[in-house]
Every structure is written in C-alpha cells, then in structure tokens.
Design a protein around this ligand. Structure first.
Ligand code: COA
Length: 144
C-alpha cells in the first residue's frame, strides 16, 4: 500500500533510508539518528510531501519531496527516494513515482525534478520512468 508520509513514519522511514544507502553503489554509513534528522528536515516545510510504501506493518520504501514554485508552474522536487534492499527491482520505486505523479497532477503540479548520481543504476531507473537528463545544467558544490 502506498500513502502519504506522516510524522509518525519517521522511524520506519529512517530504517529504510539507512539500509538502502548502505548498499552498492552508495556505501553510505548513515546512522539512524542522522537519517531521522535529514528526513525530518526535508519533511518539515509547508511544501513538503512524502510517500511511503507499506508491506504489512513495515515501511519498505520512502520518497521525500517538496512542491516548489517555478516559472511554468509548481514542480515536485524529489529529495530522497529509496527502497529497502530486499525489495528493490520489484517495481516498488516505479509504483511510488506513478502514485505521486497521479496525485500531484491533480494538485496542479506540472513536473518532477531530482538529482542523482551520474551513471549510477538510479539514473537508468529514472530514465525508465520518463525522466530526461538535462545536459545543459551542472551540479556545483563548494566545500568550506
Ligand atoms: C533506485 C531505486 C529507488 C529503484 O527502485 P526499485 O523499486 O528498485 O525499482 P523498480 O523495480 O521500480 O524499477 C527497476 C528498474 O530500474 C532500473 N534499474 C537499474 N539498476 C537498478 C538497480 N540497481 N536497482 C533498481 N533498479 C534498477 C532498471 O531499468 C529496472 O528495470 P528492470 O527491473 O526492468 O530491469 C531503488 O533501487 C533504491 O532504493 N536504490 C538505492 C537508493 C537509490 O539509489 N535511490 C535513488 C538515489 S536518488
């Protein structure tokens, strides 16, 4: 079942986040408290909208995002999307995107946007789900 994220989902969402990004190709060592902090920050703005996939009682996939105004209308910017490792490649990520797209289109959202690792499996996942790579933009970062 897919439904919108509520604050009480934080613990389960953080579990999914830690386990998904601990695996290849990310190998990120998130601890549960840091993951909770990031997810609650992402979900704390009035524009935040998240979705979770539940299997039985357990949260197995999450998507965090924000509805942000742009020139052509509101975009849904996906900040995080992850599926628990033992359920990847089963269509859950695609189902979350499709569910969000259906719901958000009714709320007059005109597009979805996101950043992901160039050449990573997630790039193929998003292309398979209708996203296009924008070649004339680059991600920039300044480490202090
Ligand atoms: C990327 C991710 C969200 C995709 O969700 P998913 O439920 O596994 O994907 P789906 O089953 O809906 O779609 C799978 C399709 O994506 C593509 N894909 C390529 N490599 C993949 C991989 N390692 N894992 C999943 N999908 C992959 C394939 O085209 C695949 O289609 P196929 O099953 O016909 O081969 C999920 O694998 C995940 O959480 N990965 C770790 C975290 C991550 O990378 N998040 C996105 C970073 S922003």
């Amino acid at each position: 079942m897919i439904r919108r994220y509520v604050t009480e989902d934080l613990e389960g969402a953080a579990d999914v986040f830690c386990s998904a990004f601990a695996e290849e190709p990310w190998n990120e060592k998130w601890d549960i408290d840091l993951a909770k902090k990031r997810i609650s920050e992402l979900m704390s703005s009035p524009q935040s909208v998240g979705y979770i996939y539940i299997d039985g009682e357990a949260i197995r996939a999450i998507m965090c995002g924000r509805k942000l105004t742009y020139l052509h209308g509101k975009e849904y910017v996906i900040d995080e999307l992850c599926v628990t490792p033992d359920m990847q490649h089963c269509g859950v990520g695609s189902a979350l995107l499709a569910h969000a797209r259906n719901e958000l289109a009714k709320e007059k959202i005109v597009a979805m946007a996101l950043l992901t690792g160039k050449g990573k499996p997630s790039e193929r996942f998003y292309i398979k789900n209708g996203f296009k790579v924008i070649d004339d933009m680059i991600f920039m970062y300044h480490f202090f």
